[in-house]
Write a protein that binds this ligand. Sequence first.
Ligand code: GKR
Ligand code: MG
Length: 421
Amino acid sequence: MSGLTVTGTTITPIAVKDPPLLNSVGVHQPFALRSIVEVHTNAGITGLSEAYGDDPTLANLRAAAAALVGLDAFDINGLGRRVALALGQVTPDSPTELVGAPSVAKTVASTVSAFEVALFDAQGRALGRRVCDLLGGAVREAVPFSGYLFYKWAGHPGQEPDRFGAALDPDGIVAQAKWLVDTYGFGSLKLKGGVCPPDEEIAAIRALRAAFPDHPLRLDPNANWTVQTSHHVAGELDGVLEYLEDPTPGIPGMAAVAARTSLPLATNMCVTSFEDVPDGIAQGAVQIILSDHHFWGGFRASQKLAGICETFGLGLSMHSNTHLGLSLAAMTHLAAATPNLTYACDTHSPWQTEEVIEPGAVRFVDGTVPVPPGPGLGVTLDRDALARLHEQYRECGVRHRDDITPMRVVHPDWTGKRPRF
Ligand code: GKR
Ligand code: MG
């Protein structure tokens, strides 16, 4: 092969329909934003990836893209240098406050990630090998995912009920879990909490335990509880949950909760970049870190995080935000090549009714996603869908993730301030 050099990139923002899923900040908007990144090379091979699609993310992606022409597609270290230089002292911004505080390092990392994934896809296509093979080889050929439960309204205000229905009490949550387990075969369940008063969420977990005696259960209130409330819930659910995720804000708060429970604490909010790791470990704030290649800096950074977790005896799980099949493929390759990923990964996939890749390559089988067999990520863009979803982006007017404003339609005094309980 006579080199694989970047000749240009195409970044296409898209909007996908999203149901009214409730969380500690508020409620999902009717549309979620993603961007589809295509990195073109001199060999006629194009690498793909999927990233956040809000305005600041797009501005960073475009600024960095201009600096990538001429880059050797195998030079991932060079990618990091070029992106850092192109972004300079970028203004920190976060696509959602549900993945921790913004920082310059995280903004650079998420920009690197978007291109790194596409470069690995291009490498794999050029070599005829899967991305997981380039990441050290698959230690599992099918990656387990957990069923992600949300309190939700029947439909967005003023719209017809959606196909998923309402879930606002323990019965609704159990019915939703039955749908997820029956349809996808998920072998573990995670409830997005921080929505109802904590005792109602404890009741929902107990109802899930009764309905699914053998399913590991997780609860994630996205830092919406005080330390005191967290102690109460941890006491009630010790021995019931496999882990409790981000009960309270910040490393010191999490450490105070951890000090009084044997329930493992997990995070995608207080340890979200390498800068946070020393303090998080020194304070004993968390026992499990949820990796996410989108904001930790891509595949190689996520493997570095896995090494840190192994060294310090921490568990490793995988976080998700609203995403489509290209991200799911990337998550699957990474998880397949990460030996110490000890928990089923999160995914929002069942909540998406629109897709940007051609069907077939990424699918759920018995709660797992088998690694796509084709070269690279093993997926193909559906060009018609891309055009339609881009048009939807142009028309919908949403340019940032904002879970507070749509909540005010129903609760005019809503602030989204945490901890609320
Ligand atoms: O989609 O509402 C949501 C979730 O709350 C998401 O934004 C979180 O980042 O799933 C995430 C989490 O585990 O915290
Ligand atoms: Mg979480």
